[in-house]
Design a protein around this ligand. Structure first.
Ligand code: SF4
Length: 344
């Protein structure tokens, strides 16, 4: 939850644009002058799946003590990962790096069947922080596979969620990253074919690729509800509303975060200059030269503490007001896995 008021005025007298590059707090070498208003996108930042994944690691640390092993970054955010590292989490990619008897958490992106089975065979105490909305896709793939289906998966090659979903099957799942890929795939049969997508794609790009898939395979089965998750959709919708109202969009997110990258791309596509920053320190004063309104959002894995630090830095560069935009209030919450209840 943000503690930013709907309209937080930071000064009664609005400085003329271009006159505030040397206000107290701005860096001596600041080359630009920041705009007068910051618009905060709603919703932004943490989603229910990220909240749950972080809480699983925190609760495991409290209950079982350090270290807790986590396969892959629990969520794609540098600050979150470093914070958990400092508290005793050890992030690994290979199960060989986990000692016998250790407690292991699977990241929010999910894992393949092979990793699940190997981790169980090695006898680790496992907590699965896979987002339930990713698990839903895994369950759908397994169910339809039993009925003889092959799959077209729309997603980004090498992303851990895509590896996890494709790894639900040994074969029969064909990845397409863009419209051009659709013509290249060669399913073994086309009578029983279904489409699934990564949860954090651009909604518009996924629609275009799905249309190309349907054009090539008219009988392909589509999910009842699209696989792109509510959080990805809502954050993109908020950027669509915000972008035309601002001169620049700042996205708080790490370079590895799929949904954060999509927010920046979307703002650019809508014709608004946009930058993604992992922390406030990455903001460059020159970006704000002559800008009057700054849009600010955050990917689903970026904590609000980083958003606040970015706001503070933009204020230091001279912003005089922060306004929260209207938007959907998210109430989704996912339960924790069993075995993490803390003793009284
Ligand atoms: S972005 Fe969507 S799929 Fe990913 S953790 Fe959040 S809710 Fe789950």
């Amino acid at each position: 939850m943000s503690n930013i008021d709907n309209h937080e005025s930071l000064g009664a007298d609005r400085p003329p644009l271009g006159a505030n590059a040397h206000l107290a707090g701005s860096e001596p070498n600041a080359v630009g002058s920041v705009g007068v208003e910051v618009l905060l996108a709603e919703p932004r930042g943490f989603c229910a799946g990220v909240d749950r994944a972080i809480e699983i690691v925190e609760k495991a640390l409290t209950k079982f003590g350090r270290p807790i092993y986590v396969r892959h970054e629990i969520v794609h955010n540098t600050y979150v990962v470093n914070d958990l590292k400092a508290r005793g989490a050890i992030f690994i990619e290979e199960l060989d790096d986990v000692p016998p008897g250790a407690t292991l958490v699977f990241s929010a992106h999910g894992v393949s069947q092979a990793i699940q089975k190997e981790a169980a065979r090695r006898g680790f105490q496992i907590f699965d922080a896979t987002c339930p909305l990713v698990t839903k896709v895994h369950v759908e793939v397994a169910k339809l596979h039993k009925e003889g289906y092959e799959f077209v998966m729309i997603g980004h090659k090498g992303h851990p969620e895509v590896e996890g979903t494709m790894g639900q099957l040994d074969s029969g799942i064909h990845l397409v990253e863009d419209v051009a890929d659709v013509a290249r795939i060669q399913p073994g049969q086309t009578d029983k074919l279904a489409v699934v997508t990564q949860t954090t794609l651009s909604v518009d790009d996924a629609a275009d690729i799905t249309a190309a898939v349907v054009a090539r395979f008219p009988n392909i089965k589509k999910p009842k509800m699209q696989d792109i998750c509510y959080a990805t959709q809502n954050r993109q919708d908020a950027v669509k509303v915000m972008s035309p109202q601002v001169d620049i969009v700042i996205v708080v997110g790490s370079p590895t975060s799929s949904n954060s990258n999509r927010l920046r791309e979307l703002a650019l596509k809508l014709g608004t200059e946009s930058y993604m920053v992992d922390s406030a320190a990455e903001l460059q004063a020159a970006w704000f030269e002559g800008k009057q309104r700054v849009g600010l959002t955050a990917g689903a894995s970026a904590p609000e503490v980083l958003v606040k630090a970015v706001i503070d830095r933009i204020k230091a560069l001279g912003a005089v007001s922060v306004r929260k935009m209207d938007g959907i209030e998210e109430t989704v919450k996912f339960p924790l896995p069993k075995g993490l209840k803390l003793d009284a």
